[in-house]
Design a protein around this ligand. Structure first.
Ligand SMILES: C[S@@+](CC[C@H](N)C(=O)[O-])C[C@H]1O[C@@H](n2cnc3c(N)ncnc32)[C@H](O)[C@@H]1O
Length: 265
């Protein structure tokens, strides 16, 4: 996909969108007034939200370094978001330059930034697809060009599953993806939760967005790892998953779980 694929008509600027709210809260420029308004409301409702998002990004980077350090050379990143430096392929290829990365997102604005996400080496690609149709992702020719499903894959579902309602069967969606992966593959997952603080105000803000916020408890998030072995320290609040610096202040309030699991032989 290229810039040419980005047709203005595909972008709904009348309602806030998760990718753009996230970009705004992380200090990015790819957002509209509706997204900024929702982001400001979110930061008022939950003042630690920006710390939480940065902690989620930092978790993502540590987890990518870990899986690549463990030998995996292909990454499928579903719900990649707008380019936020360093991007997954930059983190991964710093550890091992031969890592191949397939990015997936359902937001055309993310797809429009393909140039910023692509390494230009033919080993990184972006596909416009929806997590709610996981088989279409696995079967997509461009994904198949980058990812060899006979070799271990690191599947990244980072800060995306909470945009799926229970009616959209996230458990089945993740099971379809897990089943497509061979032994030795990794699942890197983070998910928003209200286990540590009341998040009803945040939920109300997302109810006006293009995707709702579906907070889940520890056991509800742990089921996404079924059949995989969670690595130490298990599912943890994002700043406490194998931290490489002192966790930021208010880390114990952060409403993001993060975990990494491996598919056994
Ligand atoms: C909060 S951002 C997370 C970005 C990145 N994974 C990270 O953690 O920094 C969530 C991303 O998921 C995408 N997304 C939400 N629902 C999706 C779906 N059903 N299929 C594909 N992408 C989706 C959004 O467009 C957005 O870019």
């Amino acid at each position: 996909m290229t810039q040419d694929d980005l047709r203005a008509g595909q972008i709904d600027t009348s309602r806030p969108h998760p990718a753009r709210i996230y970009d705004y809260l992380l200090g990015g420029k790819d957002n509209y007034e509706v997204d900024q308004q929702a982001g400001d409301e979110l930061a008022t409702a939950a003042p630690e939200v920006r710390i939480g998002l940065r902690a989620n990004r930092a978790f993502l980077q540590r987890a990518v370094r870990y899986v690549v350090g463990s030998g995996v050379r292909q990454i499928l990143d579903i719900g990649t978001g707008l380019p936020t430096s360093p991007n997954v392929h930059e983190v991964a290829q710093k550890v091992a330059p031969d890592v191949r990365v397939a990015y997936v997102d359902n937001d055309p604005i993310v797809n429009g930034h393909a140039g910023a996400l692509l390494s230009g080496s033919g080993t990184t690609s972006i596909v416009l697809a929806d997590l709610r149709d996981p088989q279409a992702i696995v079967d997509h020719p461009e994904i198949r060009r980058i990812i060899d499903f006979d070799e271990p894959v690191a599947l990244l579902l980072v800060a995306i599953l909470h945009f799926l309602t229970e009616a959209e069967k996230p458990e089945e969606v993740v099971a379809t993806l897990r089943d497509a992966l061979p032994a030795g593959s990794f699942l890197v997952l983070s998910h928003a939760t209200d286990d540590f603080a009341d998040r009803s105000a945040a939920k109300a803000i997302y109810s006006k967005a293009t995707a709702t916020l579906n907070l889940r408890s520890r056991p509800e998030v742990e089921r996404f790892f079924d059949g995989f072995e969670l690595l130490e320290p298990g599912l943890a609040q994002a700043p406490f998953w194998r931290p490489d610096t002192t966790p930021p202040p208010r880390s114990s309030e952060i409403g993001f779980y993060g975990g990494v699991a491996r598919k056994p032989a």
